[in-house]
Design a protein around this ligand. Structure first.
Ligand code: NI
Length: 287
């Protein structure tokens, strides 16, 4: 492009100098463009480098859970407790306890959304009161919210009226935050007994949801260990335990979720998993 020729009146005698100046500016722009392209290529190179250490990660960035529309039938949750559900298909339920956390939970929700995965969150009542907007986001994005008591007290260590207050209080906090009544209960620390399970079922209609897969993520063994434990221990019908209040757990999720999707597993919520329970098949999960 020759600016001096295009605008001879404006440039006059100093046209040649200006022409050189414009050429210089043009070359600088080309240089900047090459630099930007180079930086972008460098970023891609780094990405590929990371993916080379984590096989399938690049491919898995495009993995998506299919849309699974399973109507919830409250009458179907006949068992007092489940740690896994007998299903005819590769269905599993991912559960996250103790949140929501103001930073980690939204990050997890982003990861789940990207993959079209619905999970179940056993929230603590105090956190539901503190972060109601996160519960509303969970509901808006198709996740299920379960009851995990108000203050995470071990229900085997308090009297039955205190259990009632803990469970009722959490239910009310969840309803106040997002307008949805939880359908299931998970005991803090996993501490419960048959008597309490039956009582919770009769008093609140809650099935007690335990788990089949526990990666012990709260001990922070490292994201890769958490992901590998989840992937290697999951089978059809598994309910998987994790905690959305720990940063390394969130860091483990891309590998864990994509590993499960790659293996053909399909994510549903706990109540959806229960709705898929095979009839006529003896379940060892119920009491
Ligand atoms: Ni807990």
């Amino acid at each position: 492009m020759d600016f001096a020729q295009a605008f001879p009146l404006a440039f006059g005698r100093s046209g040649v100098k200006l022409k050189l100046l414009f050429m210089g500016a043009f070359l600088i722009r080309i240089g900047a463009a090459v630099l930007v392209v180079g930086l972008l290529a460098g970023c891609n190179g780094n990405k590929n480098g990371r993916n080379a250490r984590a096989p399938g990660k690049l491919k898995s960035a495009f993995l998506r859970n299919p849309n699974i529309n399973i109507p919830i039938d409250p009458a179907r949750a006949r068992a007092v407790t489940y740690s896994r559900v007998s299903v005819n298909g590769p269905y599993i339920a991912m559960t996250f306890d103790d949140g929501p956390h103001p930073v980690h939970t939204p990050r997890l929700l982003d990861l789940l959304k990207k993959r079209n995965i619905r999970a179940t969150f056993y929230v603590v009542g105090t956190n539901a009161k503190r972060y109601p907007h996160i519960l509303r986001r969970m509901v808006a994005e198709g996740h299920e919210i379960g009851n995990h008591t108000v203050t995470h007290k071990h229900i085997t260590k308090i009297n039955i009226e205190q259990v009632r207050q803990e469970v009722m209080g959490a239910q009310q906090a969840i309803i106040a935050a997002c307008g949805v009544k939880p359908r299931t209960f998970r005991p803090p620390g996993g501490h419960t007994n048959d008597r309490l399970k039956v009582w919770l079922y009769r008093e609140f209609g809650y099935s007690t949801i335990m788990w089949a897969v526990d990666p012990q993520d709260w001990k922070r063994p490292g994201p890769a260990v958490v992901a590998n434990r989840i992937i290697s221990n999951t089978s059809a019908g598994s309910i998987i335990l994790a905690h959305d209040i720990h940063a390394p757990t969130i860091a483990a999720m891309p590998q864990a979720l994509d590993g499960l999707l790659t293996r053909g597993y399909r994510f549903v919520t706990v109540s959806q998993l229960i709705a898929l329970e095979s009839r006529g098949v003896a379940s060892t999960a119920g009491l």
